[in-house]
Write a protein that binds this ligand. Structure first.
Ligand code: ADP
Ligand code: ZN
Ligand code: ZN
Length: 728
C-alpha cells in the first residue's frame, strides 16, 4: 500500500505519513486531507513511498487526495524547501503561507472555468423583450436589463457591481435565451501608449540586461527618481514575452498596483496579465494564481506574496523599489520576498532586476563587491526635467506656526499663484501625536501597548496606531484633574486644517491611511490629482512612492528630524530613502521642482547629501559606520523574538535559550533585551540577537539551535526566529 508523506500547517518541522490506496509517484505536490488528532488537516504531499517508520497499528489513512488543480511544480516545492531551511520555519507552514486561501481548506475547490474571460450580451430574443415585461418590484432585474440594453456587453465585474444577485439572474436569462456569453476579445485596449525613444542611459541598461537574458544574474538597476526605470522594465519584458516566457514583477505597495498595471496593460494590450495583491478576494486570487500556474498569464504583477506563485515558464523577475521594507513579512514566516526572488532567478537560471533610486545598503554593497551587477540611470528621462532644488529651512531661526514656517507658506503662495500643485509631507496621520496635560505633563497612553494615543479630533477619539484601540477624549486630566489638556505636535489632519485656514481658496486633499480606507479611494484620489482638481496635497509616506504627478512643483517636508538620532541603525537609511522619494515627486515633467525641509539640523550630513542628490555619498558614510560598528551588510543577523504576558517570563526564556547555544568563535550571541516597543497588544516582548561574519556558519548554528530551543518548555511564551531582521 503506498504511503504519502505530507507537510502539514502545524508548528512541527516533520512530515507525516499516511496510507493512501490510490497514490502514485505523480501525486507529489498535490493536496491531501488527512486525520490529525481529532481534526482533519490539509497539507501538501512531499513524497510518495512504499515504506514508513510509523508502526502499522498507528498508521492512519488519508481521507482524500485532491486532484482539482495540477500538482505544485517541483521548482515551487524547491522554493518552499529553501524557504523552510533558510528561515527555520516548518515546511508545512511555509507551504500553506504561500498558497491561496482557497487551497488551504479541507475540501476540493470547484472551478468556474476562467469565467473572467467572458462577457454577457443580449441576444436577438433578449433585445425584443420590453422592459415593462419585467415586474417593477424586480428592481435588480430591471437595472441589469437596462444596463445590458445600454452597453453592448457587460463583464462579470460590471454585473456584480449592479448587484451580487445579478450573476444568478444572468444565468436564468441565458437559459431563457435572452442573454449569451461571449468571450472577451483578446485586444481590449486600443494601442494608444506612445513608446518613447530610450535615453542613452536607458539603452545601455536594456542592452546590458537583455544580452544575458537567458542566464542568472542579479542586476541592480540604480536610477534616480524619474529616470525611467519602468521603461527599462518594459523593454526587457518585451524580449521575454517574445520568447513566450513569463515575467514576475514584484512591487511594494498595493496603492501602486493600479498605476503600474495600467502602464503595463497599455504597453502590452494583448498580453495576458494578472495582478496578485492583498486587495483581491480569495476567488480572484485563486483565479490569478491558476492562470499563472497554467502558464496562461505572461505577466504577473504582485506584492510580496506573489513570489510564491507557480510559474512554469518563468523568464524574468523584477523587484521594483527593492529597498522597500514591505517585501519583508513582519509576522509568522518572516521571509524577504526580494531575497526569495533572487533565489527563484538563480534556480531558474534567469535574470532578476532589482530597481531602486535608493537601493538598500545590502544590495548596494553587493553591487560594490561584484555579487550583483549594477546599471545606473543618473539623469531624468524626460527632457528638461531637472532634479528638484532641495533646501533646508532652519526652524531655530524661523518661527513655526501650526507646523508651518514663513518661508514654506510663501513658497506655497507662489506655487498656488502659478497654478502648480504642492505637497506637504508629514509622516504622522491623525490630528496630533500626543494629548498632553499642561499642568502635570500627563500624556494619554495605550493600555495595551507602550505607545502614546494619537488625537483624532474629528472623531473626538484617541486612537492607538499599533493595536487599533480607541477611546473617548477625557474631559479633564485623569491624573491631576486639570481641564487644560491639549493636542501637542502635528499630524496630517492638523496640517490640513492649518492649510485650510491659511489658504481658504485652495483645494486641499489629505492622503493617509485614514483617508484611503474606502474602496476605490486611491483611484479617485489619483484621478483628482491628475485632473488638476487639487492644489495642495497633505500626506504621509503613502504619497512618497512611485507616483508620477506631472504638475507638482513644490514639496514641503515637516517633522523629519526625529529619525536622525534614532537608536535603530537603519533609521538614517530609511529616512534618506523616504525623503529622496518624496523629493522625487517634484518637477517630474516640465515644471521645475523645489523641496523645502523644515529642520533644526540643517547641517546634518544626511540633509547635505540629500541637497546634492548624492546617494553614493550617504551610502558610503553609512557603510563605513556599519563596518565600524559591525552591522549588516558586514555581518549576518538573526533575532530570536519572544513574547508573553510578562516581560520577566520572556527574558527568562531567552536567557535559557542563550544557554543552550554552543559557544563558537564564529557566532556572536548578545544578551536578551526588551523590544523597542516593549508592550504590543497586551503582550510584552523581548529578543536575543545572534550574528556572524559568515552566512553559512550562522545558518549551521541556527539549525542546531532551533532544535534545542524546541525542547524548552514554552507554554507561556510565543517565539519565532527572524532571519535577516529589519525591525528590532
Ligand atoms: P522612475 O520609476 O525611474 O522614477 P518612471 O519610470 O516613473 O521613473 O519615469 C518617469 C517619467 O519619464 C515617466 O513619465 C515616463 O513616462 C517618462 N519616460 C521614461 N522614459 C522616457 C524616455 N525614454 N523618453 C521620454 N520620457 C520617458
Ligand atoms: Zn494633569
Ligand atoms: Zn495599543
Amino acid at each position: 500500500m503506498p504511503i504519502i508523506r505530507v507537510a502539514l500547517n502545524i508548528p512541527v518541522d516533520t512530515l507525516f505519513d499516511y496510507q493512501a490506496t490510490d497514490a502514485t509517484g505523480h501525486d507529489v505536490g498535490l493536496r491531501a486531507c488527512v486525520p490529525f488528532g481529532k481534526k482533519w488537516l490539509t497539507g501538501i504531499i512531499i513524497a510518495v513511498s512504499s515504506e514508513t517508520q510509523v508502526p502499522p497499528e498507528k498508521l492512519k489513512s488519508a481521507q482524500d487526495i485532491f486532484r482539482d488543480v495540477a500538482p505544485l511544480p517541483v521548482a515551487l516545492l524547491d522554493l518552499f524547501h529553501f524557504c523552510s531551511h533558510y528561515y527555520h520555519h516548518p515546511l508545512g507552514m511555509v507551504v500553506m503561507n504561500g498558497l491561496p486561501g482557497k487551497l488551504r481548506g479541507n475540501k476540493p475547490i470547484k472551478l468556474k472555468e476562467s469565467s473572467n474571460n467572458y462577457q454577457f450580451s443580449l441576444t436577438k430574443t433578449g433585445k425584443q423583450i420590453e422592459l415593462s415585461s419585467i415586474p417593477a418590484r424586480n428592481r435588480v432585474a430591471r437595472r441589469l436589463f437596462t444596463e445590458l440594453n445600454h452597453s453592448a456587453v457587460l463583464t462579470r465585474a460590471d454585473a456584480k457591481q449592479i448587484s451580487p444577485r445579478a450573476l444568478k439572474l444572468l444565468k436564468e436569462w441565458i437559459q431563457l435565451g435572452w442573454v449569451s456569453i461571449i468571450p472577451v476579445p483578446a485586444v481590449t485596449l486600443p494601442k494608444t501608449a506612445k513608446i518613447p525613444h530610450l535615453t542613452h542611459e536607458q539603452q545601455i541598461a536594456v542592452n546590458a540586461i537583455t544580452i544575458e537574458i537567458k542566464q542568472f544574474n542579479t542586476w541592480l538597476l540604480h536610477g534616480i527618481t524619474g529616470s525611467g526605470k519602468t521603461e527599462v522594465y518594459l523593454r526587457i519584458i518585451e524580449q521575454v514575452l517574445a520568447q513566450g516566457k513569463q515575467t514576475l514583477v514584484l512591487i511594494p505597495e498595493i496603492s501602486l498596483t493600479p498605476q503600474l498595471e495600467a502602464t503595463f496593460r497599455a504597453r502590452f494590450p494583448t498580453t495576458h496579465l494578472v495582478s496578485l495583491h492583498s486587495g483581491l478576494n480569495d476567488t480572484e486570487r485563486l483565479s490569478g494564481w491558476l492562470q499563472a500556474q497554467r502558464g496562461e498569464a505572461k505577466i504577473i504583477l504582485g506584492t510580496r506574496l506573489a513570489v510564491f506563485t507557480p510559474l512554469p515558464h518563468l523568464g524574468l523577475v523584477i523587484v521594483d523599489e527593492e529597498q522597500d521594507s514591505s517585501f519583508k513579512q513582519q509576522d509568522g514566516l518572516r521571509y524577504s520576498a526580494r531575497d526569495l526572488a533572487v533565489f527563484r532567478a538563480r534556480q531558474t537560471d534567469i535574470p532578476v532586476v532589482l530597481g531602486s533610486a535608493t537601493p538598500s545598503l545590502e544590495s548596494y554593497y553587493n553591487a560594490l563587491n561584484g555579487r550583483y551587477r549594477s546599471v545606473r540611470l543618473q539623469s531624468r528621462a524626460i527632457e528638461n526635467a531637472a532634479l528638484p532644488m532641495i533646501q533646508c529651512i532652519d526652524t531655530r531661526t524661523h518661527k513655526i506656526q501650526e507646523g508651518l514656517s514663513d518661508p514654506l507658506i510663501k513658497a506655497l503662495d507662489k506655487c498656488l499663484a502659478e497654478k502648480h500643485q504642492s505637497l506637504i509631507f508629514i509622516n504622522r496621520r491623525g490630528y496630533a501625536p500626543v494629548l498632553l496635560c499642561k499642568s502635570c505633563a500627563w500624556t494619554a497612553t495605550c493600555q495595551r501597548c507602550s505607545s502614546r494615543l494619537v488625537v483624532h479630533l474629528r472623531d473626538k477619539q484617541l486612537c492607538c496606531h499599533h493595536c487599533g484601540h480607541q477611546e473617548h477624549f477625557p474631559r479633564a486630566c485623569p491624573h491631576c484633574g486639570n481641564q487644560d489638556i491639549a493636542p501637542f505636535g502635528q499630524g496630517t489632519q492638523r496640517v490640513e486644517d492649518a492649510l485650510a485656514a491659511r489658504f481658504p481658496d485652495a483645494r486641499i486633499l489629505r492622503i493617509d491611511r485614514d483617508s484611503i480606507r474606502r474602496k476605490n479611494a486611491w483611484h479617485n484620489i489619483l484621478q483628482q490629482i491628475h485632473a488638476q482638481a487639487v492644489d495642495i496635497l497633505v500626506g504621509t509616506q503613502l504619497l512618497a512612492k512611485g507616483h508620477d504627478f506631472p504638475n507638482l512643483s513644490l514639496v514641503g517636508i515637516l517633522n523629519s528630524d526625529a529619525s536622525l538620532y534614532s537608536t535603530d541603525f537603519r533609521a538614517s537609511e530609511r529616512l534618506f530613502t523616504q525623503l529622496m522619494q518624496v523629493a522625487g515627486r517634484a518637477g517630474r515633467a516640465n515644471v521645475a521642482g523645489h523641496v523645502l525641509i523644515q529642520t533644526e539640523f540643517p547641517d546634518h550630513p544626511l540633509y547635505h547629501a540629500l541637497q546634492r542628490h548624492d546617494y553614493d555619498a550617504l551610502a558610503q558614510t553609512l557603510l563605513a559606520e556599519r563596518k565600524m560598528a559591525g552591522f549588516p551588510p558586514f555581518v549576518y543577523q538573526a533575532l530570536l523574538r519572544a513574547e508573553a504576558r510578562n516581560i520577566q517570563v520572556v527574558l527568562d526564556f531567552l536567557t535559557q535559550a542563550s544557554h543552550l547555544a554552543e559557544p563558537s568563535q564564529s557566532i556572536e550571541i548578545f544578551d536578551p533585551v526588551p523590544a523597542q516597543m516593549i508592550r504590543l497588544k497586551g503582550m510584552e516582548r523581548a529578543h536575543l540577537l545572534v550574528q556572524s561574519l559568515s552566512r553559512r556558519q550562522l545558518q549551521e548554528f541556527l539549525a542546531k539551535w532551533v532544535t534545542q530551543i524546541n525542547t524548552l518548555p514554552t507554554h507561556k511564551v510565543r517565539w519565532v526566529l527572524d532571519v535577516d531582521p529589519l525591525e528590532f
